[in-house]
Unconditional design. Structure first.
Length: 420
């Protein structure tokens, strides 16, 4: 395999919109027009389309991986699709539009560089648009592309596009998103998806694929605060590496260089980076999100769940954290409820100290008085952990600021959270 292919930048994006506004068709169109589909898949989709009595090949069926979805024509789980063009590699998380699957949107979006939000040109902004945009901003996804779809059904009208764009900008002013772009498309006919539309000469911007290929994502990671959560300690004990003791994991922030002085938390011992290895080769520096092994000059006791940081720039170390949680369970949290908390490579016991408010996603209003917390609610809580967490705020670092809560008795993931 060609090395340049391995070195290509990877863009992860998530798609969101309300039911039937064309997410699956859009992804099908992207895959089809960028020649990223295999013949047998296409034949399969063509025969499924015929069975349903359609005169055209329904590209939406390409992404509906589960048999139930293909038969019902809906998306019910997060479908991950991989494709590549000569410029970039892509992973798409196609998430369902139904309200009851907000948790899937959170799952698909948690690692995304970009969110694609679809709006049906005939309907304009709907409740789901606001919900998904808010979740994208809550998850600190750096870029949003708003695709105004089904332009063919509004006669490719510039006025319709401009009206939806200005409505969205009014709503987005309340959100924390730095980069929002708007593209008028017809996923069904392929207008402005991969190829420029002849029907909309008034639109002077880029097509969707060109935007995905060229949008700048290299600085989306935090390259200032050095964070290296240790996942495992490497002790090969072979003759060749008799004394080797390496710490393996994924860089969560900052740039680590050979010779840097670092501190291991929570012990607080300091040392200097001796070697950094990426696979079999030694490298001079490592940065997020590279997976590496690091050795230190001194023999310090380091284990899974510890964090190596730059001595003069350390995360917060505390047993009390305030978190925004997206609640995933039908059993609601109570004060004093206990959960296992997963954070970077750490696992600790935690307890709910207080529940501050529930957020109304549509008005962004904070409800201090509420009857119950149900599936998909977003709440702010304070948690107490049995041992200190080495964390940053989620806004500063999406890796060291994210947590997951697991029910100890059922092993069910009950919430995903962002540390405030």
């Amino acid at each position: 395999m060609d090395n340049s292919y391995l070195d290509m930048e990877l863009l992860r994006f998530t798609t969101a919109g309300s039911v039937d506004d064309g997410k699956s068709t859009l992804i099908g169109r992207l895959l089809f027009d960028s020649k990223s589909i295999f013949e047998d898949q296409l034949e399969h989709v063509a025969s499924s389309s015929k069975k349903r009595g359609l005169s055209h090949t329904d590209l939406a069926l390409l992404t509906d991986g589960l048999k139930d979805e293909r038969e019902q024509g809906i998306t019910i789980d997060v479908a991950y699709r991989y494709f590549a063009t000569p410029k970039r590699k892509f992973i798409i998380a196609d998430t369902p539009g139904h309200i009851q699957y907000t948790r899937n949107m959170v799952t698909g979006a948690s690692t995304a560089n970009l969110a694609l939000i679809l709006i049906d040109a005939r309907k304009g902004i709907v409740e789901q648009t606001c919900r998904h945009s808010f979740i994208a901003s809550l998850l600190q996804i750096p870029h949003i592309i708003v695709c105004i779809n089904k332009m063919d059904l509004v006669d490719y009208s510039e006025d319709v596009f401009e009206k939806i764009k200005s409505d969205y900008e009014d709503f987005a002013a309340k959100l924390d998103v730095k980069d929002i772009r708007f593209i008028p498309i017809s996923a069904l006919n392929g207008d402005n998806v991969v190829n420029k539309s002849e029907h909309m000469p008034w639109y002077k911007g880029s097509t969707l694929l060109y935007t995905l290929e060229t949008i700048h994502i290299a600085s989306d990671h935090n390259h200032i605060d050095c964070r290296f959560p240790v996942q495992t300690v490497l002790r090969p004990k072979s003759d060749e590496y008799h004394d080797y003791r390496g710490y393996a994991g994924r860089v969560a922030g900052g740039v680590f260089k050979k010779g840097d002085s670092v501190t291991v938390l929570p012990s607080g011992f300091s040392s200097v980076i001796k070697h950094i290895h990426l696979m079999n080769e030694e490298i001079e520096e490592a940065f997020a999100p590279m997976s590496i092994a690091m050795t230190l000059e001194d023999d310090i006791d380091v284990g899974r769940g510890d964090m190596i940081v730059r001595s003069g720039n350390q995360p917060t170390v505390s047993q009390d954290v305030d978190v925004m949680l997206c609640w995933f369970s039908s059993s609601e949290p109570q004060i004093r409820s206990k959960y296992t908390l997963l954070h970077t490579s750490n696992e600790v016991k935690s307890m709910v100290k207080s529940i501050h408010y529930k957020l109304d996603i549509n008005t962004l209003h904070r409800e201090q008085e509420f009857e119950k917390i149900s599936l998909n609610d977003i709440i702010k809580v304070s948690l107490r952990t049995t041992k200190p967490l080495l964390h940053d705020s989620y806004r500063k670092n999406r890796s060291t600021g994210a947590i997951i809560l697991v029910d100890e008795t059922t092993n069910e993931t009950v919430a995903a959270g962002m540390i405030i």
